[in-house]
Design a protein around this ligand. Structure first.
Ligand code: ATP
Ligand code: MG
Ligand code: MG
Ligand code: MG
Length: 470
């Protein structure tokens, strides 16, 4: 029988509770007391002080299901079967307690006995010189040597900014030839969607400092991360994470709202997946207190929301619609993440205001961009002037990445440097207009000028911490 995503999450947390782990609800997406990170991108990120030893953990063993955002994966969304910008990471953690052997043995136990994944489909990767991990996989687990792949630093050495880091060992599931790229040397680590990496075990032995030195930690730690959507995709035997029960529900709603069928053509599929992914990210981000703006987290939010709106346009939508998908997200996730339910009306309003603002200018902007691109092509050139990209940004609310994406679809480029120069000039003008006083950055945005009521209603994400249910 097929297990739902919400059920798999619970199985995982319960399993590690039986291994004496303290379960904690997800931390907010906004990092607390950590300037090195814009958004939480892994289960271990909010636990860094425990790994680094600057704070004492409430237990030497913890287990969480952490909300994560990875903007770096934005271009993969809708194209690969396995990437989302928002996803949930299941993780078990040891702070100077157990190490490699328990981590791998328990991981294997959970995957084969509790999830009951077929053993012959499972592969492991190790950091190329980690013989200790190799021996555990080969001698203790009994995995044959041809199913243990050695990978280099890029894949199997984990670090985010400064802080704890170390070599990794990953578990892969072979989904079969039909998902493969066909290359002769296709195996775990290949970029195609045949071997899905679903669980990364990080053996945190080092602490990287501001100068880039790797200092040995007195007590090595364990940090694992398993993508909940990916496991569900494997367990439910579906083509991509977008067909997992909770994702499919949101996607179906997107189909209805845009009057589009899924699996009719690839371009529409990509737009539908992008909308599905981005509305989930945006809903969770707003619930954690992020507001659209022109910088930092707010800009990430704005970029995701406007990109989704543009894909709505591609599907023929000419009014704001994204706020109507919030219900679907909350229906799927509101039981686990109670902050979604508590802030339901607020989330919808923030999204609607932002989307409506963009709706006022998006069509005009798209038309003007088309005429720019025609100009370029007629002149047999290949680059959009920075000045034009800036005009789209400044007058029509097109985030640079959105312009870049549209232009690249036509095989053209954007003069990024030219754009930056215009931006600097704009900031200088704004500074002068303010009478020369220096504030940090350029803070002008829709929400400071238009929606004071919305901006002040939010009470701060401190209030949200540790409110989710496990
Ligand atoms: P990939 O190589 O597929 O991009 P990764 O090596 O970047 O994954 P890790 O940083 O090791 O991923 O994160 C731990 C786990 O989190 C992964 O094994 C995967 O299950 C999950 N994961 C990572 N990125 C994403 C994403 N963008 N969407 C969904 N799940 C993800
Ligand atoms: Mg990745
Ligand atoms: Mg990887
Ligand atoms: Mg990995």
């Amino acid at each position: 029988e097929k297990k739902g995503l919400n059920e798999i999450r619970k199985l995982f947390l319960d399993f590690f509770k039986t291994k004496e782990h303290l379960a904690r609800p997800s931390y907010p997406l906004v990092p607390q007391n950590d300037k090195s990170l814009l958004l939480i991108n892994a289960g271990m990120a909010p636990l860094k002080p425990y790994f680094a030893g600057t704070e004492t953990p409430p237990s030497k063993r913890m287990v969480t299901c952490q909300k994560c955002i990875r903007t770096g994966d934005i271009e993969n969304v809708g194209k690969t079967a396995r990437h989302a910008t928002f996803f949930e990471m299941l993780g078990n953690f040891s702070f100077g307690d157990y190490f490699k052997e328990e981590s791998i043995l328990w991981g294997w136990e959970f995957v084969t006995e509790h999830l009951k994944m077929p053993v012959d489909k499972l592969w492991a990767s190790i950091y190329y010189e980690d013989e200790e991990a190799f021996d555990i996989w080969h001698k203790k687990i009994g995995l044959s040597t041809d199913k243990i792949v050695r990978l280099g630093k890029e894949d199997n050495f984990w670090e985010i900014g400064v802080g704890p880091c170390g070599p990794c060992s990953e578990i892969y599931f072979d989904r079969g030839e039909k998902y493969g790229c066909g290359a002769e040397d296709c195996k775990p680590g290949c970029e195609c969607d045949r071997y899905v990496e679903f669980w990364n075990h990080v053996f945190t032995q080092f602490d990287k400092d501001e100068e880039g030195n790797y200092n040995l930690l007195p007590n090595p730690n364990i940090d694992t991360g398993m993508g909940l959507e990916r496991v569900a995709c494997i367990m439910q035997d579906v083509d991509s994470i977008f067909e997992v029960d909770t994702m499919k529900y949101i996607l179906n709603n997107a189909c209805q709202l845009t009057n589009t069928k899924y699996n009719e053509n690839n371009e529409k599929n990509i737009s539908l997946r992008i909308i599905t992914d981005h509305i989930r990210s945006v809903t969770f981000m707003v619930s954690d207190g992020i507001l659209p703006s022109n910088e930092g987290r707010g800009y990430v939010l704005r970029r995701l929301l406007r990109r989704a709106a543009r894909h709505g346009k591609i599907l023929g939508i000419d009014k704001s619609f994204l706020h109507n998908l919030v219900d679907a997200v909350i229906k799927m996730y509101g039981e686990t993440y109670t902050e979604l339910k508590e802030k339901e009306e607020y989330i919808k309003r923030v999204i609607q205001v932002e989307e409506e603002r963009f709706q006022e200018t998006i069509q005009q902007g798209l038309d003007i961009l088309s005429s720019y691109m025609k100009e370029i092509e007629e002149a047999k050139e290949d680059t959009l002037k920075g000045e034009y990209a800036f005009k789209l940004y400044d007058t029509y609310g097109f985030p640079l990445d959105l312009t870049k994406e549209i232009v690249e679809e036509k095989g053209l480029k954007v003069d990024i440097q030219g754009f930056e120069e215009e931006m600097t000039r704009q900031r200088e003008r704004a500074r002068k207009a303010r009478g020369g006083e220096d504030t940090e950055g350029w803070k002008e945005d829709v929400f400071t000028s238009l929606s004071k009521d919305i901006a002040t209603e939010f009470k701060g994400y401190e209030a949200l911490t540790n409110k989710g249910k496990v």
